[in-house]
Ligand binder design. Structure first.
Ligand code: HSE
Length: 444
């Protein structure tokens, strides 16, 4: 049987998972593919570092260049993470004309354009299923299964740590800091947790999905990001009373064409690409995604609504995605079909990421106000002057003169208009704390 030799860079959590599951299921894969993957060399930082699964000493080396340049190695897998050495490794492998498989979302989000151009020049593919949502085959789905669709909406729960924290806050009525501390103790959240809870990890994944779905490179700095630190137990409770759950969403939405003949209107596709905690209706399946699980909801103009669910991280789920890419890379090599499913191709209509200020959203707003006659009138006067409509108001019964929460559900309004109105509301003497605002995504 034909063999395809793989060189792996990185033998940590994901790398050792790939090696372990390749050993377990390699024969099954060979039977399915009609060729055998040979994971013959693994470059690691230190030979003796502890690994979740063992890798035989005989295949280990500390010299990554020796693996990339080994004439027997036909496909290179990069699993070292980071954006510096990993970038050099991937570029070097591509320069040698070798297809590359990577799980590295930060690398793709920051240097994707350069790396895909290098892959194109080399006439090989760069495979990246494991970079977004771990074991969920969302890259292959967007690239292959939905090739006949325009993707009008994509909503992703793509950060397991945040989803775990928000799920527990809802279930237990607990505060963010409390749940975060326990998640760190149990090893579900990193220390420091910033990359996850401040939304950067979700930003990388959402940028990759947006770029793939819409065929132009969405840079991380063009994605509006808000993390989950500002979500409080109180907001989770009020959202629940209103029939919603708060989830950190990666959002990619096709917006209506711009009005008028502005330059932007002429440039075609307009996209919202953002990451923020949003109220999701409890009746929508995304609201039921609990714990560390990920889910991606995709609406195509042909297929309609679809949902993909699974483990978004971890040595086993991520290894499943890497093995799938290895199978594709090996088949493409064996059959001379590297361009069968191009990794990333620019669409003919170049698009624009519209600044969030120009995008309209619905909102949940929580104010801390003095319970006194005329307070609601002052607030609604500011909103009315900005042509912002109130959909509903809740104020739990309190005592006159006390500071009480006032919850407003707001109809569609542009984010910049809403920001200005909230800044004016915050300056009212009866408003005693900075307003809390979350967007509402009805997913209709
Ligand atoms: N830290 C990520 C998460 C997993 O919590 O989902 C790796 O992408």
């Amino acid at each position: 049987m034909e063999q395809v030799h793989i060189g792996m860079l990185g033998g940590g959590t994901v790398g050792s998972g790939v090696y372990h599951h390749w050993r377990r299921n390699g024969a099954l894969m060979a039977a399915r593919l009609g060729l055998r993957l040979q994971l013959s060399r693994v470059a690691v930082k230190a030979l003796d570092e502890p690994r979740p699964y063992e890798i035989p000493r005989a295949v280990l080396t500390t010299d990554w260049k020796a693996v990339v340049h080994d004439p027997q190695v036909q496909v290179v897998v990069e699993l070292v993470g980071g954006t510096t050495v990993a970038r050099t490794m991937v570029l070097e492998a591509l320069r040698c004309g070798k297809p590359v498989v990577t799980a590295n979302k930060a690398l793709l989000a920051t240097h994707g354009e350069e790396l895909f151009a290098a892959a194109h020049r080399a006439g090989v593919n760069l495979y990246y299923e494991a970079s977004v949502a771990g074991g969920i085959p969302i890259i292959k789905t967007l690239r292959e299964a939905f090739v006949g669709n325009r993707i009008t909406h994509l909503y992703g729960i793509v950060n397991g740590t945040c989803n775990y924290i928000l799920s527990r806050m809802k279930q237990e009525g607990a505060d963010f800091a409390e749940v975060l501390a326990e998640a760190q103790r149990l090893g579900y959240a990193e220390t420091p947790p910033d990359l996850d809870v401040d939304g950067d990890d979700a930003r990388h994944k959402t940028g990759i999905l947006a770029s793939l779905a819409h065929g132009f490179w969405v840079r991380p700095e063009h994605i509006h990001v808000e993390g989950i630190r500002q979500v409080s137990r109180l907001d989770m409770q009020f959202a629940g009373q209103l029939g919603y759950t708060i989830k950190l969403l990666g959002i990619v939405k096709q917006l209506p064409p711009a009005r008028g003949r502005s330059a932007r209107a002429a440039r075609g596709l307009r996209l919202q690409v953002s990451v923020y905690p949003a109220l999701v209706p409890n009746t929508h399946v995304l609201a039921s995604v609990q714990g560390v699980f990920n889910a991606v909801f995709v609406r195509g103009d042909v297929v309609g609504d679809t949902l993909f669910y699974g483990r978004g991280a971890g040595k086993d789920a991520t290894a499943s995605a890497v093995l799938s890419d290895l199978a594709d890379a090996a088949l493409d090599l064996a059959h001379g079909s590297a361009r069968r499913v191009p990794a990333f191709v620019a669409h003919e209509n170049h698009g624009t990421v519209v600044p969030l200020g120009e995008v309209s959203s619905r909102y949940y707003v929580r104010l801390s106000v003095v319970d006194r006659p005329g307070v609601i009138a002052q607030i609604s006067a500011i909103l009315g002057a900005a042509r912002i409509g109130i959909a509903s108001i809740i104020q739990p019964e309190g005592h006159e003169g006390e500071v009480v929460p006032l919850i407003l559900m707001i109809h569609d309004a542009p984010n910049a208009v809403m920001d200005r109105a909230l800044a004016r509301i915050a300056r009212l003497p009866v408003v005693k704390a900075p307003p809390v605002r979350f967007r509402v995504e009805s997913l209709e």
